[in-house]
Ligand binder design. Structure first.
Ligand code: SF4
Length: 161
């Protein structure tokens, strides 16, 4: 997996103060996509162990408490990204207790492949669906168009709604 951007402190992509990774690779080709440069999975920089270590360290940095990790792109559920995303999320669950995971994908929850579904237990909130320009609405929180849905996959997130 490759990535384009990493924000160690982010207050825009999800609730609270977070760390955010924008990965490479997306096959949805939404009209009006704000991030076309990420479509090619070979674009950006290799996501390696050092980058994963940095994310874990930032999530656990008590000087700037982070609520969790946001994964966007590109598409973190692009088939070629699944192994690397799974490995990262397993580390977050193991090494960063109490941190939540928000993930943005162009696939709808009801059309995920079995391999994509296998990641759902590691995700707290899934924001799904392609960006649809005709339904774009800048007033929406954490999503670009009205067709996209914020799925609270864990009871803990329902309580914080
Ligand atoms: S899913 Fe996101 S990154 Fe992919 S084409 Fe659509 S808007 Fe762009």
């Amino acid at each position: 997996m490759n990535y384009h951007q990493y924000y160690p402190v982010d207050v825009v992509n999800g609730p609270g103060t977070r760390v955010t990774l924008f990965v490479s690779g997306c096959e949805h080709q939404c009209r009006g996509c704000y991030n076309q440069s990420t479509w090619d999975p070979r674009s950006g920089h290799p996501f390696d162990g050092a980058m994963a270590d940095r994310i874990i360290a930032d999530l656990n940095d008590s000087r700037i408490p982070r609520r969790g990790l946001s994964l966007s792109g590109g598409d973190p559920l692009f088939p070629g990204n699944l192994d690397a995303i799974k490995a990262l999320l397993l580390r977050v669950k193991e090494e960063c207790p109490g941190k939540d995971v928000w993930l943005w994908t162009g696939y709808r929850l009801d059309e995920l492949s079995p391999a994509q579904q296998a990641l759902l237990p590691l995700i707290d909130v899934l924001v799904d669906g392609k960006f649809v320009q005709e339904q774009a609405d800048p007033s929406l929180r954490f999503r670009g168009s009205a067709n996209q849905v914020i799925h609270l996959l864990k009871e803990s997130q329902q309580a914080q709604k």
